[in-house]
Design a protein around this ligand. Structure first.
Ligand code: ADP
Length: 397
C-alpha cells in the first residue's frame, strides 16, 4: 500500500485539491488534482490527471447556492473513491497566516486550531476559508493526520527591521508587523534552485513571484531576509486587482473626504485596483500585453516599474544580488515582462540572453552576466505535500 497525501488550498470562491502518492523514501508523486469553483454562484467540480486529462466533471445548475461544506464533501467523496492502491494517510493545508510564532508546518491539534482561529482578524478574507476544510475533515476523519503549512512561515527568518513598521510599540506589540506571504512558493523555489545550481542558491537571490497575486522576496543563503508583502497580501507590487503599496494617507483621504466605508475601501483596494484599475481593460497580463489601449500599456509600464524599484530595494537589503528568479503565471510565461524587468536591472549587473528568454530556457542570462537570471516554475502544492510527509514520518517514529 502506498501513502496517499491530500493537499488542500481553499479560498473564498474555490477549493483546490492535489492528491499525491508516495512509497518508502520516494518523493510524493501527483496522482490527480482538481477543484470546486463558483461556490455559492455557479458551482463546478473538475478533477484531472497529472497530464491534464479530465477524470470527472460536474455542475449543479439547479443548486447555484451550493456552499463550501457541501462541495467539499463532494470533493472528498470523489477523492476517496479514486485513491487506487493508496491509503489516505494525511492531509496538508495551505494556511495563509501562521502569525509571529509559527516558522514551520505543524500537525493540527485542538490547541493549534484555537490559535489559528485567533489569527483570523489578521487575514479575514483568507484564514476562515483555510481553516474550514481542516474542521470538516476532522469531523469525517478524526484520526487523519492533518498538517497546517503557513504562507508566512518562510519569512520568520527576516531580521527585526524587515518585519517592523515605524508605529508606536503599543500597536506593533499587538502583532501589527510585516509578515510576508507566498512563503510556500519561495521555499519551493529556494529548494529547486539549490538542486539546479547549488552555488547560486548559497548566494543572494531575488525571486519574483508574478501571478495574479504578486510579490518579491530576497533570499540570502537560502533564508528569506525581506519581502514586498507586509501585514497583509495587499502590500508591495501592483497585482491583478490589488493596489500593492499605497501611501496610507490615501486611505485617510478616502474615508475623510469621500466618506467611504471600510468595506468600500477594502473592495477598492483588493478588487478594483492593480492592473484592472489602471488599465480599465483587464486584470489578465496576457490581455494587456496584446492591447493597444494607452491605459493598458500604462498598466504594464507601472507593473514593471514597481518590480524594478523593489528589485533595487531587495538587493539593498542583502547588500548585493547574485541571481534573479522569475516564477508564477506571468514570471513563467511572459518573456516580454521578463525582458522589460531585466532591461531596468542592467545597472545591477543583469544581462539577458534574449534568445534563451524567448524560448523560456531555465537560465536566461548571458554567459558573462554578473547576475544570473532563471525561470523556475513554482509548485506550492508539492511543497505542502513534502512538508506533510515529513510531519507524518516524524509522527510515525
Ligand atoms: P495565481 O496567483 O492565481 O496562482 P498564476 O500564478 O496562475 O496565478 O498566474 C495567473 C496570471 O498569470 C494570469 O492572470 C495571467 O495574467 C498571467 N499569465 C499566464 N500566462 C501568461 C502569459 N503567457 N503571458 C502573460 N501573462 C500570463
Amino acid at each position: 500500500m502506498r501513502d496517499g497525501i491530500l493537499v488542500i488550498n481553499a479560498g473564498s470562491s474555490s477549493i483546490k485539491f492535489s492528491l499525491y502518492v508516495a512509497q518508502g523514501d520516494d518523493r510524493p508523486e501527483l496522482s490527480s488534482k482538481g477543484q470546486v469553483e463558483g461556490i455559492n454562484v455557479a458551482p463546478h467540480f473538475i478533477a484531472k490527471s497529472p497530464m491534464g486529462a479530465v477524470l470527472a466533471e460536474e455542475r449543479w445548475p439547479d443548486q447555484p447556492n451550493l456552499g463550501h461544506q457541501a462541495l467539499f464533501k463532494h470533493m472528498i467523496e470523489w477523492i476517496e473513491a479514486h485513491l487506487g492502491d493508496a491509503d489516505l494517510k494525511a492531509a496538508g493545508h495551505r494556511v495563509v497566516h501562521g502569525g509571529s510564532q509559527y516558522s514551520q508546518p505543524l500537525a493540527v491539534t485542538d490547541e493549534l486550531m484555537e490559535e489559528l482561529e485567533q489569527l483570523v482578524p489578521l487575514a479575514p478574507l483568507h484564514q476562515p476559508h483555510n481553516l474550514a476544510p481542516i474542521r470538516a475533515l476532522r469531523e469525517v476523519h478524526p484520526d487523519l493526520i492533518q498538517v497546517a503549512c503557513f504562507d508566512t512561515a518562510f519569512h520568520r527568518t527576516n531580521p527585526w527591521a524587515a518585519q517592523s513598521f515605524a508605529l508606536p510599540r503599543k500597536i506593533t506589540g499587538e502583532g501589527v508587523k510585516r509578515y510576508g506571504f507566498h512563503g510556500l512558493s519561495y521555499e519551493y523555489i529556494a529548494r529547486q534552485l539549490h538542486q539546479i545550481a547549488p552555488s547560486v542558491a548559497r548566494g543572494k537571490v531575488v525571486v519574483c513571484h508574478l501571478g495574479s497575486g504578486a510579490s518579491m522576496c530576497a533570499i540570502d543563503g537560502g533564508k528569506s531576509v525581506a519581502s514586498t508583502m507586509g501585514f497583509t497580501a495587499l502590500d508591495g507590487l501592483p497585482m491583478g486587482t490589488r493596489t500593492g503599496a499605497l501611501d496610507a494617507g490615501v486611505v485617510l483621504y478616502l474615508m475623510q473626504q469621500k466618506g467611504m466605508t471600510a468595506k468600500e475601501i477594502e473592495d477598492l483596494l483588493y478588487k478594483q485596483s492593480g492592473l484592472i484599475g489602471v488599465s480599465g481593460v483587464s486584470n489578465d497580463m496576457r490581455v494587456l500585453l496584446e492591447s493597444s489601449e494607452p491605459h493598458a500599456i500604462e498598466a504594464v509600464e507601472l507593473f514593471v516599474y514597481r518590480i524594478a524599484r523593489e528589485l533595487g530595494s531587495l538587493a539593498a537589503a542583502m547588500g548585493g544580488i547574485d541571481a534573479l528568479v522569475f516564477t508564477a503565471g506571468i514570471g513563467e510565461h511572459s518573456s516580454r515582462i521578463r525582458a522589460k524587468v531585466c532591461a531596468h536591472a542592467e545597472w545591477l549587473g543583469v544581462s539577458m540572453d534574449d534568445e534563451a528568454n524567448e524560448r523560456t530556457a531555465q537560465m536566461i542570462s548571458a554567459k558573462d552576466s554578473p547576475v544570473s537570471v532563471w525561470v523556475i516554475p513554482t509548485d506550492e502544492e508539492m511543497m505542502i505535500a513534502r512538508h506533510t510527509r515529513t510531519v507524518l514520518r516524524s509522527m510515525r517514529q
